[in-house]
Design a protein around this ligand. Structure first.
Ligand code: ADP
Ligand code: MG
Length: 301
């Protein structure tokens, strides 16, 4: 199973993102992951990194006259290490406590993208800190009431470079943490890989990995218990079990906005169209229940 953890599960909206807060949040998610492993599942954990890489970018900005700032791809790798380490240690401790003899390994993951992806001429993903004024260092967008923010391309994932290594680890029975923050976007030039400044959506990257490894179940854990129609509006309706045809119809009707539920639904559709059997979308607290069909939103062919 691929289990995709939202970056907002690791640093919740109202939190600052201290070590203690992130440790506590990862600990709560790992409680659930252990329960799932106890049921016999092999697991690849993928995760977002929005809040963490946002803080790293702010650090680069504030200290740029003292310490050379690192580009976004390096910050992505730093965040994969930061979050991967937390999950790796906390999950290993819980596995040991439960007498489960598995290792947990984080794979720094690069994801191949197409340098001609339309996102490069029209970047759409706002990242990092808010600024009071637009600056000329990079393309920016104004987000109402909050200020200016850098935007970077969010290209489609084409291939997970380390998929073979991830597969080997899973076949060994290890728990693998991969594709953190959607993976580090790289392009290929004369046979060489090179990092680019962009952000791949973590749900789409998770789907690509699932597809490449022939994984049949995907669980997306976020900060809502279910997917809804008319979310936050009149006539809001909880979706429990839904088939591919219906979900495509709702997607067309615009129920799932870009940058939040949109990519989860797009990833689910791609997954089900490429051989996936089941996608569960719910919150970490309900993860185990949703596997038993008791809660969450279940998407199937
Ligand atoms: P993550 O960090 O897990 O990727 P996101 O913030 O990107 O989290 O996406 C989850 C958010 O999507 C929820 O907090 C919710 O506010 C929002 N959302 C938008 N549309 C819907 C919908 N139709 N049903 C449920 N949640 C939705
Ligand atoms: Mg998201």
């Amino acid at each position: 199973m691929i289990l995709a953890l939202g970056g907002n599960m690791i640093k919740k909206a109202k939190e600052k993102g201290t070590f203690e807060e992130q440790y506590k949040n990862v600990n709560e998610s790992c409680e659930q992951i252990v329960e799932i492993i106890k049921q016999g599942w092999n697991i690849i954990v993928t995760h977002g990194n929005g809040p963490q890489v946002g803080n790293l970018l702010l650090q680069q900005e504030l200290l740029k006259n003292k310490i050379p700032p690192m580009p976004l791809d390096v910050c992505g790798a730093l965040s994969q290490g930061e979050i991967g380490y937390l999950i790796q240690q906390i999950l290993l401790n819980k596995l040991r406590k439960n007498g489960i003899n598995k290792k947990v390994v984080t794979v720094i993951t690069q994801v191949l993208i197409d340098r001609n992806d339309p996102e490069f001429s029209k970047p759409s993903k706002p990242i990092g800190p808010f600024y009071e004024e637009e600056n000329k260092d990079f393309p920016m967008v104004y987000q109402s009431g909050k200020g200016w923010r850098r935007v970077v391309p969010s290209p489609d994932p084409e291939e997970i470079i380390e998929k073979g290594q991830i597969k080997d680890l899973i076949e060994e029975g290890d728990v693998v943490i991969a594709c953190g923050g959607g993976g580090i976007p790289v392009i290929e030039e004369n046979g060489n890989l090179r990092g680019v400044e962009g952000v791949i959506d973590k749900d789409l990257a998770s789907e690509k990995l699932a597809e490449e490894l022939g994984i049949r179940t995907m669980m997306i854990l976020t900060d809502v218990d279910n997917v809804y129609l008319n979310y936050g509006k009149d006539g809001q309706e909880k979706l429990r079990e839904i088939n591919l045809k219906k979900i495509k119809g709702y997607q067309k009707q615009g129920h799932f906005p870009k940058g939040s539920m949109g990519p989860k639904i797009e990833a689910s559709i791609r997954f089900l169209e490429k051989g996936g059997e089941k996608v569960l979308i719910t919150s970490p607290e309900l993860a185990v229940d949703s596997l038993q069909g008791k809660s969450g939103t279940i998407l199937m062919i």
